[in-house]
Ligand binder design. Structure first.
Ligand code: SAM
Ligand code: SF4
Ligand code: SF4
Length: 380
């Protein structure tokens, strides 16, 4: 496709063309944004497609047969993703998470895992390379991913009850296959596995204790179950505050059955508050993006499937890195790695996003009219 042909789907979210600073300084790895937050975590969406239709993420009514997903030519190639990731690592990123859509739907994903696994920090250390998946294809792919260099994995599972789970994924996918995927990941050495459960009051909150019981009893410390507050991300899921079950209530319900004690955070920017079972059977995490915002320590950037950089899950505008990867300077020369790294540095240094802190329970969608980015497009 020629440079001046822009696939229609590219226009779905506004994006700015990044500026290249006149003076290129070498990345220090310590770059603060406007609120003093360093850049440590890059989430890379490798596809906007998914074989599930979870109502809180890709409701069937919107993401139907007529929905236009990104064309293949829009997607960043594995080489392009690795080039961008290398620049981020120079700026201090230590953790890469592959996500989507459903990342295991991207063909030959193990090749990308291999390419990213070969990146090193300026000190020569390996990166923390992980992936979030609905596990529908995990049983088949766990070994290949581990062999390619994936370190850990996060699996999403919203219920143990097959009827509830099939309804929530809305494609009639059975729980048993996800559980087999988790077993396969552990067998492949991808543990400890994190299991994410999005809690929707009235839909799956009665599954909190059964989920905890299953993972405690079957896997102990090899699986950390994390309860995620249902978020008002995107603009298609019809989010309502009364469907959010605050994490404090999750802890309360769990403690009645399995006594818990808090665990100190080990790293700044950790999204989950951790609690351990007093009897030593492992721990759980609580991700309270709605009731206890953690923007103050947010050190994450997100790269969309088509190469737009988003500085916040609730952003309405991205920064079009693909324009630099595929475009040319006025001289006709391609942009250099140093120029691309400098552009990324400038974008991060101007970041001041803190949506969750600013959100008030009364007016969660204060930016109605501006289209917020969807979760399946930039990943969780
Ligand atoms: N398809 C993969 C999966 O489901 O694990 C990866 C992408 S998915 C967008 C990443 C994570 O975002 C999942 O754990 C999912 O449950 C979570 N998620 C999606 N929409 C959400 C919402 N509205 N509130 C909270 N979490 C959400
Ligand atoms: Fe797909 Fe993950 Fe979104 Fe569910 S949460 S629809 S599995 S991308
Ligand atoms: Fe980070 Fe934005 Fe979430 Fe705050 S709302 S924690 S800035 S992604």
């Amino acid at each position: 496709m020629g440079d001046n042909v822009i696939p229609l789907a590219d226009l779905r979210y506004a994006a700015e063309r990044p500026r290249i600073p006149a003076e290129l300084s070498l990345p220090s790895g310590l770059l603060p944004d406007r609120l003093g937050r360093p850049l440590r975590d890059l989430r890379i969406s490798v596809t906007d497609r998914c074989n599930f239709r979870c109502s809180y993420c890709m409701p069937k009514e919107v993401f139907d047969r007529d929905y236009r997903f990104l064309p293949q030519s829009s997607l960043l190639s594995f080489e392009e993703i690795t080039r961008v990731a290398r620049a981020f690592v120079a700026h201090g990123v230590r953790k890469l998470r592959l996500t989507g859509g459903e990342p295991l739907l991207r063909k030959h994903l193990e090749s990308l895992v291999g390419m990213l696994a070969s990146l090193r920090t300026p000190e020569g250390d390996e990166l923390d390379l992980t992936l979030t998946t609905n596990a529908s294809l995990l049983e088949r792919k766990a070994h290949a991913l581990a062999d390619a260099g994936l370190k850990r994995i996060t699996v999403s599972l919203d219920a143990l009850d097959d009827v509830v789970f099939r309804r929530m994924n809305d494609v009639d996918f059975p729980v048993a296959d996800v559980l087999r995927g988790i077993d396969a990941a552990l067998a492949a050495g991808l543990g400890p596995v994190k299991v994410n459960m999005v809690v929707k009051r009235g839909t799956n909150d009665h599954e909190i204790v059964p989920m905890a019981r299953y993972f405690r009893e079957r896997h102990g410390a090899r699986v950390a179950l994390r309860f995620i507050e249902y978020m008002d991300v995107g603009s298609t899921n019809g989010w309502r505050m009364d469907e959010v079950l605050p994490s404090a209530q999750v802890v309360e319900r769990l403690s009645q059955v399995f006594p818990l004690e808090p665990v100190e955070a080990t790293q700044p920017g950790e999204t989950a508050q951790r609690w351990r079972y007093r009897d030593g059977a492992g721990e759980v995490g609580l991700i309270s993006s709605v009731t206890q915002a953690f923007c103050r320590d947010c050190n994450r950037a997100r790269l969309s499937t088509e190469g737009k950089l988003f500085l916040c899950l609730f952003a309405t505008r991205g920064h079009d890195l693909r324009a630099l990867l595929r475009g040319v300077q006025a001289t006709g020369q391609p942009w250099t790695d140093a120029q691309i790294a400098a552009a990324i540095g400038l974008i991060w240094s101007e970041r001041s996003d803190r949506y969750s802190e600013l959100r008030s329970a009364e007016a969660p969608a204060s930016d109605v009219g501006t289209r917020r980015v969807e979760m399946h497009y930039i990943g969780g």
